[in-house]
Design a binder for this molecule. Sequence first.
Ligand code: NAD
Length: 321
Amino acid sequence: MIVVGEETCRQIIGRPEAFKAVEAVFAAMASGKAYNFPVIREAIGHADALYGFKSGFDRAGLVLGLKAGGYWPGNEKKGLTNHQSTVFLFDADTGKVKAMVGGNYLTAIRTAAASAISIKYLARKDAKVLGMIGAGFQSAFQVRAALEQRNFEKIIGWNLHPEMLPRLEQTAHEAGVPFEAVDLDRIGAEADVIITITSSFAPILTRAQVKPGTHLACMGTDTKGKQEVESELVAAATLFADEVAQSITIGECQHAMSQGLINQKSVTPIGDVINSEHPGRSTESEITLFDGTGVGLQDLAVASAVVDLAIAKNVAINIEF
Ligand code: NAD
């Protein structure tokens, strides 16, 4: 069995490889060549943790496996990231375990790749202002990946906990882009692309706040009950998702769906746009919304890429198992 630890992942895989792997698997999902198995996610009644499994099979790339892990909100105080996960890959022909890969950094880059893919395909070409709602661990990865998709001239940000905003400021500074902390009205009025990446259980951004032509990447809602934007905003947007089934049950679209404001057919898999089966944005003035719920196949795709890279670079640990 090949073992690739967290630190090695950080050293050998970056944004371009993650983007390519996630884009390919979204395309395979939309054409029916790859599918995710039902997600298991439980509040374990200890340490406030959510724990579960995301798994799937990509027949095109012959990638089979699962990501086990979840969210421990108290970890930051212990010097650890709140998300903890590990990916296991299996040989699709035999079922024998093939690899164990650290999943924390991979989760961040595959999640950032998903919103970056949505910006590539759905944001207006002339987008200049990036709006960030959320300033947690994921947010810096989101900013760096988004900046590669358009010529953003400014980043504006809001966070429920303003003491976390220096993370966004620092990331913007490192990228050489000015940053300003603003209120939600200004995010909606000024940003051409808005990424939401919070643990919110109530709408933060409203329909009235968002200007025409905006692209939203809603990335934080990945569990029943979570919500980042008003249902009316979801209903007013042209909707895309990594996976429609997850979007309407555990993603940002769950609330508009249960209120009868949208139906399953309102949401298009982003893979259809990648495969040129759907035009994506069709007017400069429409609001597009990508619901990035996070699917197991994203994790497996980047884990598989990292195993190939580790073998090629001679840094894979091979253990008898
Ligand atoms: P984190 O704990 O580092 O940061 C949490 C963020 O949410 C901070 O900005 C915090 O201020 C904000 N927040 C917390 N409670 C809030 C509330 N009640 N209302 C509004 N904002 C609140 O977490 P992170 O690692 O940055 O992850 C952020 C979110 O993204 C989590 O909810 C996580 O489950 C989700 N996530 C989704 C995917 C995906 O693929 N869709 C992948 C990774 C993480």
